[in-house]
Design a protein. Structure first.
Length: 264
């Protein structure tokens, strides 16, 4: 029997989702340890995608396979035993040929940044101190990303992929000058390693006037090389939505809903 587990996590203190040989304290490791305690045996959890260290997820889907249906309330038990940084929102039985990663048709990431120091935002929004941004130019740069198809220049390790093509269906920048905050949101059928944070890096470069729109367009079109690309800070990034053709996940109304206030 296969189950999708819809959860969210605060990635501040984790080394990303995926279990790693060289480091400990990943979300996958913690979830699998908790499942092992509940079922008294090893239960593998497969995720809908990778997240970098420090990155959050307000909507993330994992799958587990069980020999038979649990005789206890699995959602309740998981939430009682998982740390406060991981929350289970719903558990859904699916067909055994349905896969949480391969069957996802779209994912959405939201990136939050602020330029007025605020202790309430420090874990969930990236602070860029004393920065002056041209928001109109940043919105134009986001429109260039939306038109693009090949994201080789916006990938951390492009040679690891068979191809670097992505179908972007949404790409926008929302600004609230009064709050001193911005949100970058992007939806695609797939994302390459480091792609969203590198997108934000270039948007900020354009916004700060360190790069023209023409230069950015040439970089996107692979007409101009730009080796000094540094992914934006991880703490502002959320995997906020995963879409399936056969399943509608419940809106969890969690932290990201509050972060979006004034930025929609």
């Amino acid at each position: 029997m296969r189950y999708f587990i819809h959860l969210g996590f605060d990635g501040s203190d984790y080394r990303g989702w995926q279990r790693q040989k060289e480091t400990r304290n990943t979300v996958q490791e913690v979830v699998e340890q908790t499942l092992a305690r509940l079922f008294k045996k090893r239960v593998s959890a497969y995720g809908c995608g990778r997240t970098d260290a420090g990155v959050h997820a307000s909507q993330y889907v994992i799958q587990i396979n069980l020999d038979e249906a649990p005789v206890f309330d699995l959602k309740f038990r998981l939430n009682k035993n998982l740390p406060n940084s991981i929350a289970v929102f719903e558990i859904i039985e699916v067909n055994e040929n349905q896969h949480c990663r391969h069957d996802a048709v779209a994912r959405t990431y939201d990136y939050f940044a602020h330029w007025n120091k605020d202790p309430a935002l420090v874990r969930y929004s990236s602070f860029y101190e004393d920065v002056i941004l041209d928001f109109a130019e940043m919105k134009k740069a986001a429109a260039l990303i939306l038109k693009n198809r090949d994201f080789r220049t916006l990938c951390k390790q492009p040679d690891l992929n068979d191809n670097t093509l992505c179908q972007i269906s949404k790409c926008e920048v929302f600004i609230n000058e009064k709050q001193g905050r911005l949100r970058f949101t992007i939806t695609s059928n797939r994302f390459l390693r480091g792609m969203v944070r590198i997108c934000v890096f270039f948007l900020l470069e354009v916004g700060k006037g360190k790069m023209t729109l023409d230069e950015f367009e040439k970089i996107l079109n692979q007409e101009k090389d730009f080796k000094e690309k540094w992914p934006a800070h991880p703490n502002g990034l959320f995997l906020s939505s995963v879409e399936y053709p056969f399943l509608k996940l419940t809106d969890s109304h969690n932290l990201i809903s509050m972060l979006k206030l004034g930025l929609a």
